[in-house]
Write a protein that binds this ligand. Structure first.
Ligand code: SF4
Length: 456
């Protein structure tokens, strides 16, 4: 990176990057879902939809990482996991047993937590329960999140997963540097990682790796060594996401010394380094994802959308979330399950949907337009196409987004955007470092955010 570009990035990082900009896994982000749930309407919708992506939340972890924003439970006890699978079975029965035929799905995702922390008997049982209610398409993506720990991901477990039909495995690496890992209370052994990923690949799994930049004590040298190893390991897909520091919401993050965090400029440089290292063998997808050229994962071109599973190929418009804290989106309705284990289980014991009170949001007409701009166009890595928005939503973009356009013109002057007053607004390579800052211009909920309230 030459000095002029470094200076420009330095200036723009001061101007545009803030730690608490949302990650935009949904629009609006879940901290702004405030409507009561209409359970009978939800039950009716679940009877009528033909197909959906299915997300199953398995919250158990062997130890808890300080940087983590996920809903997780520290427990290795088999009886805790068995009871949770009982609850998932109740939830599936409650949501899907009233249908005349099974739900179809092209996408099953077990996320967490650490779903690979279930034992083989539990994995087989949980998969069997889901398959009672869901029919998977022939080419369905059946995916599980894992931790690169040989005690958690054993050869026997990988073989079982493959036999059941899992074809995709995602490993949370984040960084290999000992000081960085120590500061976030996480272990990730390079040799174990190489071995486990090699085994998974040899069995035919498509392999995804998550990296995190902006972690405590992470500098260019530390991250460069991690990137070098990752390029050698050669996963099919890499997601490089920025660390989200929200200590007001996630108290364990207070254990991370504030002064150990790289500043906004360094965070941009770390992402730039990732792009540089991955540019030869990988093609970018959306705002944070890299697909290996000629790997097992195919780049979906412009059909990318952002959702709770990250940047992925546009598939179903419905997402059925199962498990505590899981999010569903059926048509235009978002809703979130209760995060507390006891309340999740007791709702199911009494035959009620375990939906968190006031954690529902029905997209208004205006929300749907803004969701399209933020999640499909900006975060999907596509230009904002004014003509397409007019055809889909019947709006004249320039009048509808008059206020936003005046902010975007400033961003165009700063080199983040091109063609603000033309039919297609394009994000420049410099602008991609500030994509969430550009997206938040279209987010009126963000302006009403109270201090510390924001979410991913
Ligand atoms: S980062 Fe993963 S392994 Fe660590 S606490 Fe969170 S869910 Fe568990």
């Amino acid at each position: 990176m030459n000095q002029t570009i470094q200076n420009q990035l330095h200036y723009l990082s001061q101007k545009y990057n803030e730690y608490n900009l949302p990650m935009y896994l949904s629009y609006p982000v879940d901290s702004h879902w405030r409507q009561p749930a209409d359970e009978s309407a939800i039950a009716q919708e679940l009877k009528e939809i033909e197909e959906a992506q299915v997300y199953v939340h398995v919250p158990f972890c062997k130890s808890i990482c300080y940087y983590c924003c996920c809903d997780r439970v520290l427990s290795g006890k088999d009886e805790d996991k068995d009871q949770y699978i009982d609850a998932l079975e109740q939830e599936l029965a409650l949501k899907l047993s009233g249908r005349s035929r099974k739900l179809k799905s092209g996408n099953l995702h077990w996320g967490g937590g650490t779903p690979a922390y279930l034992n083989e008997r539990q994995i087989e049982r949980l998969y069997g329960i889901i398959a009672r209610y869901v029919d998977f398409e022939d080419n369905a993506r059946i995916k599980l999140e894992a931790y690169p720990d040989k005690q958690i991901v054993t050869e026997g477990k990988l073989r079982l997963l493959k036999t059941l039909g899992f074809n995709y495995i995602s490993f949370g690496i984040q960084d290999f540097d000992a000081r960085v890992l120590n500061a976030i209370h996480r272990e990730c052994d390079l040799e174990d990682t190489r071995e486990i990923i090699g085994l998974a690949r040899s069995m035919g799994f498509t392999v995804n790796v998550d990296l995190c930049y902006g972690l405590p004590f992470q500098g260019l040298g530390e991250f460069e060594r991690t990137l070098q190893e990752i390029v050698r390991i050669a996963p099919d897909k890499i997601v490089a996401f920025p660390y989200a520091h929200y200590p007001a919401i996630y108290p364990l993050q207070r254990k991370i010394p504030h002064l150990s965090l790289p500043n906004n400029y360094m965070v941009s440089r770390l992402f730039e380094l990732a792009r540089q290292y991955l540019s030869t063998d990988y093609t970018e997808m959306g705002s944070d994802t890299f697909i290996r050229n000629n790997g097992r994962e195919k780049h979906p071109g412009t059909h990318v959308v952002r959702d709770f599973m990250g940047s992925s190929e546009r598939s179903s418009q419905h997402l059925l979330g199962l498990g505590k804290s899981a999010v569903s989106k059926i048509g235009r309705l978002y809703y979130k399950n209760v995060p507390a284990m006891d309340r999740y289980c007791s709702a199911l014991d009494s035959g009620r949907f375990p939906i968190e009170t006031g954690k529902t949001h029905l997209l208004s007409g205006e929300d749907a337009i803004r969701e399209d701009v933020i999640l499909k166009q900006l975060l999907g890595g596509n230009p904002i196409d004014k003509q397409m928005l007019q055809e889909c939503f019947g709006i004249d973009f320039d009048s509808y987004f008059q206020e936003e356009l005046s902010v975007l013109r400033g961003m165009e002057k700063d080199g983040l955007l091109l063609g603000v007053d033309s039919p297609r607004i394009t994000v420049t390579p410099t602008g991609t470092y500030f994509i969430r800052a550009i997206a938040h211009v279209f987010d009126p909920y963000y302006k009403s955010t109270r201090n510390g309230e924001n979410s991913i």
